[in-house]
Design a protein around this ligand. Structure first.
Ligand code: HEC
Length: 103
């Protein structure tokens, strides 16, 4: 009986560790601008194309403003993107057009 309980506890502990490890991995995931480009070109061209990012009267003046805008536009379009998808699109737009320092 005690041995069974011990094994059960060890099993639960391993499961908890596995969950923790996979979460940590997701949070550390590096951004993927190529994926962001695909997402952007598939979902964001209905109102504007990428010319809007090089217009002289741009409303984006910082990396955090860019992130907020992508969040806002994807929210308005009801895309339900994950944080990782938003980061990928921000990385694509920043690498290609805005070139803000990210830190
Ligand atoms: C429903 C229409 C619509 C969709 C869809 C849309 N946008 Fe926009 N977006 C706008 C409008 C309108 C502006 C200009 C706002 C202004 O000038 O105040 C804009 C501006 C922007 C800007 C700022 C451009 C600049 O430099 O001034 C970014 C960045 C942006 N959108 C990203 C996105 C992304 C990423 C997506 C896809 C998730 C997207 N947009 C989809 C309407 C849209």
């Amino acid at each position: 009986m005690d041995q069974q309980r011990f094994l059960l506890n060890m099993g639960l502990l391993l499961l908890a560790l596995a969950c923790y490890a996979s979460q940590a991995k997701a949070a550390d995931a590096i951004t993927n601008p190529a994926q962001g480009k695909k997402l952007y070109e598939t979902h964001c061209f209905s109102c504007h194309d990428s010319k809007i990012h090089t217009r002289p009267e741009t409303i984006i003046h910082s990396f955090s403003a860019l992130k907020k805008r992508v969040q806002f536009c994807q929210n308005n379009s009801q895309l339900n993107w994950s944080a990782a998808q938003i980061n990928d699109v921000v990385a694509h737009l920043n690498d290609t057009f805005y070139k803000f320092k990210t830190k």
